[in-house]
Write a protein that binds this ligand. Structure first.
Ligand code: HEM
Length: 451
């Protein structure tokens, strides 16, 4: 008889566990690991819900045997009404084709040439409204700023009311979807109930926006946006064909969804920790001043501001926006020495793993220096995976890392922040992204230019 995976005794078909998980997913996962170890099984009716807590499992599930572990049925059901056939949802040959077509638009050259300038301009424009002594909520500001950047780079619209309407629709849909992830029974989208009506209305707004942008792009062949790239992309290694309008819509909204909130949350957490660690923050400001002097920091400045990248990565370690990465076995598998049936749900949590003291010394401390290049190289492989791992890892990783560093450098040249006493101990709020509950309140202090 195959060995049973350790785990809690299941009552009421696992419903008690599900309600516990719904109320406190991060605490529940931490508790399961502390009590049962690296592989934990919770019986949920006939299905096994397995939590894997060792980096070797990440390698196995996301890299070595990634084809055996697909996106979960529930994830696909909930997201497909919004993302359609977008990259995060599809599998097999269709996914591979789309990934091949889209990948070049996020290569390094393209990032430097086309997108970084837009990031600079939008940041400068946004912070032009800031004044010395102003009280702000950093999460709101970072959300607004990353929206402007994304709206410009993806669609070439400035954050006009249209883009804001899109962001509101995406945020409304995210809330409904988050609720659906934790509902025991998934109801069909056509039901005449308020949450479904809200979802349908939001999807209509998204469609209206994106199809309008697609039409505008057809009249402007020189546009240099993600949508333009999607419209022009051809599968040169395959059938040589491009994408339908519907597919362009699906990919654009998928990337907007995947990238916007996560980048804003990660940036906010980075500021939060920097403001709580005055010495590190001071050093970052010094690096910014030395790197850029009086010129506005650009991509070439970033190599002289290593603390920007290191702080962002450290925040992504402590507060990974994607705090759980679920998979479903699409055949019987052997994982960590256990036999698992087709359909079993495999959960991995960057949040739990990246705070494991076996892999990170003083794991709950904010210490960006652990990402100094030689130290980062020595990390246990796959213990740090905020962007996932293997073939299905984040296509926007470089884009997001560049955006966060650049925004931090530009802002830091002109302003610094002082944490508001209400925000000295911000709680985690695991929604679609891992958000700071109530945001992070701070006061703006204008710096003298160049130091
Ligand atoms: C801090 C910011 C970000 C974080 C933490 C993040 C995290 C992730 C993670 C963990 C995955 C893998 C999901 C899985 O394995 O189930 C992923 C996939 C993905 N991300 Fe990101 N992401 C970020 C920003 C972005 C941006 C800016 C974009 C778009 C430009 C983007 C587009 C995507 C797409 C399309 C996928 C699916 C890739 C595929 O399945 O082939 N992400 N992201």
């Amino acid at each position: 008889m195959p060995a049973a995976i350790p785990g809690p005794k299941s009552h009421s078909f696992g419903l008690n566990f599900m309600s516990q998980f719904k109320n406190d997913p991060l605490g529940t996962m931490k508790h399961l690991k502390a009590e049962f170890g690296d592989v934990v099984n919770v019986k949920f009716g006939p299905v096994n819900w397995v939590l894997c807590n060792h980096p070797d499992h990440i390698k196995e599930v996301f890299v070595t045997n990634w084809r055996n572990y697909g996106k979960t049925d529930r994830f696909k059901q909930i997201l497909s009404s919004v993302d359609g056939q977008g990259l995060v949802l599809t599998e097999g040959d269709f996914w591979l084709r789309q990934r091949r077509i889209i990948q070049p638009s996020f290569n390094h050259e393209r990032l430097i040439k086309d997108y970084s300038l837009a990031m600079q301009e939008e940041t400068n424009r946004h912070i032009a409204n800031w004044r010395d002594g102003m009280d702000i909520n950093l999460h709101d500001e970072m959300t607004a700023l990353t929206l402007k950047v994304t709206a410009r780079v993806f669609f070439d619209v400035d954050a006009s009311s249209d883009a804001e309407e899109l962001a509101n629709a995406v945020s409304a849909v995210s809330k409904v979807m988050y609720q659906e992830f934790s509902d025991i029974i998934l109801l069909p989208d056509w039901l005449p109930i308020p949450s479904k009506a809200e979802k349908r209305k939001a999807v209509e707004t998204i469609d209206r926006f994106i199809y309008k942008v697609i039409e505008q792009h057809k009249n402007d062949p020189s546009a240099n946006t993600v949508v333009a790239m999607l419209l022009n992309a051809k599968d040169v290694e395959g059938d040589g064909k491009g994408m339908s309008k519907r597919q362009v819509r699906d990919e654009a909204i998928t990337m907007f969804n995947a990238g916007h909130d996560s980048t804003a949350s990660a940036l906010t957490w980075t500021w939060y920790e920097l403001l709580r660690h005055g010495e590190i923050y001071k050093q970052l400001l010094e690096q910014v001043d030395n790197a850029a002097g009086s010129k506005v920091p650009d991509l070439t400045s970033l190599s002289a501001i290593p603390l920007a990248a290191q702080s962002v990565k450290e925040a992504l370690r402590l507060y990974p926006p994607a705090w759980v990465l679920p998979r479903q076995c699409n055949q019987d598998v052997e994982l960590a020495g256990y036999q698992l049936k087709k359909g079993s749900l495999i959960n991995t949590s960057p949040f739990v793993m990246q705070r494991d003291e076996r892999f990170f010394e003083n794991p709950n401390d904010f210490n960006p220096y652990r990402f100094a290049p030689e130290k980062e190289k020595a990390m246990y492989p796959f213990s740090f995976f905020p962007f996932g791992a293997g073939p299905r890892s984040c296509i926007g990783k470089e884009f997001a890392l560049m955006e966060m560093q650049l925004l931090m450098a530009i802002i830091s040249q002109r302003f610094e922040f002082i944490l508001h006493p209400d925000s000295h101990d911000v709680q985690l709020y695991p929604m679609v992204s891992l958000e700071p509950k109530g945001g992070v309140k701070a006061k703006i202090v204008e710096r003298k230019r160049g130091g």
